[in-house]
Write a protein that binds this ligand. Structure first.
Ligand code: FES
Length: 418
């Protein structure tokens, strides 16, 4: 793979090009995208073995807060306990297996089952069961914890709750490997979720990951990005972390694709808000919009502090470029110092030809700012306005450009898999 045009600065994180992965000389069959048998094998051997993101930690800031979500056929519950710990459980009452909590998010001193009224504390212990004398096996509250909620391993990283269904899984640090420290540089825990869209789409979850693991499609699926970032894979860097199965892409941003001649007006229109935010003059780039990137890196170093940023931990390229991480099996972090596009492709509970696709945009607000222009989504966002959870089927709701163009493509891709 070609080196990026400027090379990447290795003073901060190790951006050295990694060895090319070993490719297997065996084509992937289309059946993996529609076979129920393959879907079951994925569940048994992959989904139940890996670390996954449950949600944002700041969804549950206080004791008694909880949120729920689904992974395939399982429902999971995350809580904040009395001691401030974040915990994860199967969202299943241990009496007769009723789903315990049904709201997506809430606050309650006790987690109460609607079937026979068992109440659990936020640490998962059973606090109350009606008519305990009626249980021939003994009082469920005094059975050595057998009736407590079944807990999952869970860790907090990047402002997110991570969990695994596998009690014997390696630690999250072992699972993420070196990408954990690289993502950590961005202090995602200080970002605020300002967009949250969930779409049920008619495509297998792997169509999503296939897409976010490469940039070869950019000129064809969303050619308009050529005004804002490097579109040719030849001038991006792609790396694989073979041991863990994760990958990263470095894509130059804040300038048009290298092959673009003319059309400076379109480039300036797309980057106007950012250029003006940093006090640069649009007119200075009319002749050569390719010089915006270097000028932005310079001005961000000079004025970062006064604008409320701390860029000390970033190399120059990180100030303008997209550092995109694909975490096996189903998450992507597309990072810039002022925000993160976070993407997840979850399996549908029963249908291998459907997927639950989630997109969050996390904004890093400069210190003292309550309103900010999120460049990656081309929208003003407000610190005090929580992102509504927009949900729907494909075609009913949109993630905005360019993801809605990609979604339309995944459906077509799914069709030809058969
Ligand atoms: S199933 Fe929950 S209390 Fe009976």
């Amino acid at each position: 793979m070609n080196k990026p045009e400027s090379g990447f600065n290795a003073d901060y994180i190790d951006t050295t090009k990694r060895p090319e992965p070993t490719l297997k000389d065996k084509p992937i069959s289309g059946e993996r995208y529609y076979s129920r048998d393959f879907m079951e094998r994925e569940w048994d051997h992959m989904w139940t073995k890996v670390w996954l993101v449950a949600g944002m930690v700041n969804q549950i800031p206080n004791h008694g807060d909880y949120f729920t979500f689904e992974l395939g056929k399982e429902s999971i519950l995350c809580t904040r306990d009395r001691d401030g710990n974040v915990r994860a459980f199967y969202n299943v009452c241990q009496h007769r297996g009723n789903q315990l909590m049904h709201d997506e998010q809430g606050h309650s001193k006790y987690l109460t089952c609607a079937y026979h009224g068992w109440r659990f504390r936020s640490d998962g212990t059973l606090a109350f069961a009606p008519c305990p004398e009626d249980f021939p096996q003994g009082n469920p509250m005094k059975c050595g914890g057998k009736a407590d909620l079944e807990e999952l391993r869970c860790e907090v990283f990047a402002g997110m709750t991570w969990y695994t269904l596998d009690p014997d899984a390696p630690t999250l640090r072992e699972f993420l490997g070196p990408v954990m420290d690289e993502i950590d540089v961005y202090q995602v825990e200080d970002m605020v979720r300002t967009h949250w869209v969930t779409i049920e789409g008619n495509f297998n979850w792997k169509c999503v990951q296939d897409n976010f693991n490469e940039s070869y499609h950019l000129p064809f699926v969303h050619p308009q990005t050529k005004y804002l970032m490097e579109q040719s894979y030849k001038y991006c860097q792609f790396d694989m972390f073979e041991k863990q199965g994760h990958a990263r892409m470095f894509m130059p941003g804040d300038r048009p694709t290298l092959g673009l001649k003319g059309e400076a007006d379109k480039v300036l229109e797309g980057l106007k808000e950012e250029i003006e935010f940093w006090g640069l003059n649009l007119k200075d780039f009319e002749e050569n919009p390719h010089s915006i990137r270097e000028a932005m890196q310079k001005v961000k170093r000079e004025k970062g502090k006064e604008k409320g940023y701390d860029y000390a931990r970033f190399n120059d390229d990180q100030l303008t470029d997209h550092y995109h991480y694909t975490i096996f099996p189903n998450h992507s972090f597309s990072l810039k110092p002022d925000g993160c596009i976070w993407l997840r492709a979850d399996p549908h509970p029963t249908d291998p030809e459907k997927c639950i696709f989630d997109m969050w945009y996390l904004t890093w607000f400069p210190k003292g700012e309550k309103r900010y222009y999120a460049h990656a989504v081309s929208e003003w966002v407000d610190l005090d306005k929580p992102a509504p959870h927009v949900r729907g089927k494909e075609g009913e709701v949109s993630c905005g450009p360019p993801q809605h163009l990609e979604i339309a493509n995944w459906k077509k891709k799914q069709k030809v898999k058969r």
